[in-house]
Design a protein. Structure first.
Lengths: 263, 338
């Protein structure tokens, strides 16, 4: 379909070591769209994202990137189209912030991989976008968890992708940085980038996503706008807890909180 | 960040150290040679005792020790990245153990007449043993794509344990008169004569080193794990295969000539990272140069410290390497504390 950056068509997957499997899943992502992927632990969110990113090969089904099957694309070509940020990426080496962001230019470099003037400009822009322009020569180990996440996002943005796949990018962040991160994603979407974000935070998913995909037991339980997906019935069926829904005073989007008796 | 200028500057320093060691080392030994006699021989074209010793005995040995030290260091640095384990070194995949099995079998069979070029039967069977291990590890990497790096590492440890048992078996069944030769081989040694072994070694070692050097920049991408590297456009499985094959081939060649010389492949990469940073475009070539210089100096000590006899170079690298490694670790910690 026109404007679709990625289409996941009936993909399935099985882990040999425990037999857990992903049932046929399909979704697509368009330019300028932010899609939140939610679900309980073990529901298949990260697996689905890894299949979309080409990290895992599906047993069945297809992944289509801008009209081409993912298997027909070379790794570097794929990296120029799509940026993937996995969960819990960490390094034990003493790279500086600049060096880590520069990793994102790998798909465009040849030979020994020395950066050109144009690469340095792109790196600088990505660092400004993520608010780490002043951190250049700092060793990564001296940054906080939130700052490291922004560095890794800058590294992914340095690939100049049209599509972002982010797996729990805000899990280590405080509320302030979580909101800033999602605001940044919104700005990137406004510039035409499509983003799929796995998150446990239902409220941030509701506030910042154009669409939400909810997984349950290895399959897509429902997908649609936040209003369509975040219903008391769907949430109770997926999470197994009493849930209550309110409306955000600013934009009327559903806001979720557990329905427990007050002390 | 690494620029071309900085890269050339750093490598020039390591090259200068290496060239200095390569020029000076042959002059020292149980008998020190005269610079005037050797240089005079080169200029006049007429040989003398010093120049004969220099060109026939000392220089081939120095070149061999440099190449072996360089190989072990490059292989160690690449494996530490791919296996994401700072304690990885070239022998962790079982290559030295397998080579040792081949060597002790050859030593236990007197009069064995299998040769490869200038390689003796001991060197040839050691090479065969090591290459068998390389093929096993490479087969695992190609045919078991779901095998994690931890599993590959454990496979290497298993191979080492198995080879250890095989060595004990061979030693148990061997003539007691051969046991000293077996022990001596396993301590490592660089007592080559002439250039034959170096030339026989090169066709095996060069492709291995080339495979590793081609992956320098790609290895940086593995810093944040395989998934992040895949996201950046790296074919991780291909890189892992290249590194296993390249380090395996080069290490197999090194072990067949010099036996299992420990510590070099472990400490040199860490020393280079402390001195020059963690960019693998610098670490790999610098490890080759510094590792080559280090082993050459260790061999120099080995052949002079108990002159006129020689100490196995593996003892020197262990005695020097252990405390040096601790110092590097402690200095790194104190710098982080500051």
């Amino acid at each position: 379909m026109a404007g679709e950056l990625i289409s996941i068509c009936d993909v399935t997957f099985n882990y040999d070591f425990n037999g857990w499997g992903l049932l046929p899943c399909s979704f697509s992502l368009r330019r300028g769209e932010v899609v939140g992927i939610i679900g309980p632990n073990g529901s298949g969110k990260s697996t689905l994202l890894k299949i979309a990113a080409g990290v895992l090969e599906p047993l069945n089904g297809k992944v289509i990137i801008k009209g081409r099957e993912i298997s027909s694309l070379k790794r570097r070509d794929l990296a120029r189209l799509m940026g993937y940020l996995p969960q819990n990426a960490e390094s034990h080496n003493d790279y500086t912030v600049e060096e880590v962001v520069a990793f994102g230019r790998f798909p465009y470099l040849t030979g020994a991989g020395f950066l050109r003037h144009s690469d340095l400009e792109i790196i600088s822009r990505c660092m400004e976008k993520t608010g780490i322009a002043d951190y250049g020569r700092r060793p990564l180990k001296r940054l906080s968890g939130g700052e490291v996440q922004r560095v890794l996002l800058a590294s992914v943005l340095a690939q100049e992708p049209e599509l972002l796949l982010l797996d729990e990018p805000t899990s280590a962040l405080d509320l302030n940085h979580q909101v800033k991160f999602f605001r940044l994603l919104s700005r990137l979407a406004s510039s035409g980038i499509g983003a799929a974000v796995v998150t446990h935070d239902l409220n941030l998913a509701s506030l910042f996503s154009d669409r939400i995909i909810m997984l349950r037991h290895g399959e897509i339980a429902c997908q649609g706008t936040p209003d369509e997906v975040l219903t008391e019935y769907a949430l109770k069926k997926t999470y197994g807890e009493e849930i209550e829904i309110a409306r955000h005073p600013a934009n009327g989007r559903p806001v979720v909180f557990p329905g427990i008796e007050c002390r | 960040m690494l620029t071309q200028k900085k890269f050339i500057f750093i490598l020039s320093w390591y090259s200068a150290i290496s060239i200095g060691v390569l020029i000076a080392a042959p002059f020292f030994g149980s008998e020190n040679l005269s610079w005037n006699n050797v240089s005079g021989s080169i200029l006049s074209g007429q040989t003398n005792v010093d120049s004969d010793i220099f060109f026939s005995l000392r220089l081939p040995r120095v070149i061999t020790s440099f190449i072996v030290g360089g190989i072990l260091s490059v292989a160690g640095s690449a494996l530490q990245v791919v296996l994401r384990n700072p304690l990885a070194e070239p022998f962790i995949l079982g290559i030295a153990g397998s080579g040792a099995v081949g060597a002790v079998i050859a030593i236990s069979i007197p009069g064995l007449l299998i040769h490869l070029g200038a390689f003796s039967s001991v060197q040839f069977l050691s090479l065969t043993g090591s290459m068998l291990c390389v093929l096993i590890i490479y087969w695992l990497a190609v045919n078991k794509p779901d095998f994690s790096m931890t599993n590959i590492l454990l496979s290497g440890v298993t191979i080492n344990i198995f080879c250890g048992a095989m060595i004990l078996l061979v030693r148990y069944m061997a003539d007691p008169g051969h046991l000293v030769a077996m022990d001596r081989w396993m301590m490592g040694g660089l007592d080559v004569v002439g250039y034959g072994e170096v030339f026989t070694l090169l066709p095996l070692v060069l492709p291995g080193l080339i495979l590793l050097f081609l992956k320098c920049n790609t290895l940086n991408q593995l810093a944040f794990g395989e998934e992040m590297a895949t996201g950046h456009g790296v074919n991780v499985a291909s890189v892992q295969r290249h590194v296993f094959l390249g380090s395996g081939l080069a290490t197999a060649g090194a072990v067949s000539i010099a036996g299992p010389i420990g510590f070099v492949g472990l400490i040199i990469p860490h020393a280079v990272r402390r001195i020059s940073g963690v960019d693998n475009r610098v670490v790999l070539p610098s490890s080759f140069l510094l590792g080559g210089a280090f082993l050459t100096v260790c061999d120099l000590v080995a052949r002079t410290i108990v002159a006129p006899t020689e100490m196995p170079v593996g003892i020197i690298t262990a005695i020097v390497g252990g405390p040096l490694f601790l110092r590097i670790l402690l200095k790194g910690e104190s710098m982080r504390g500051e």
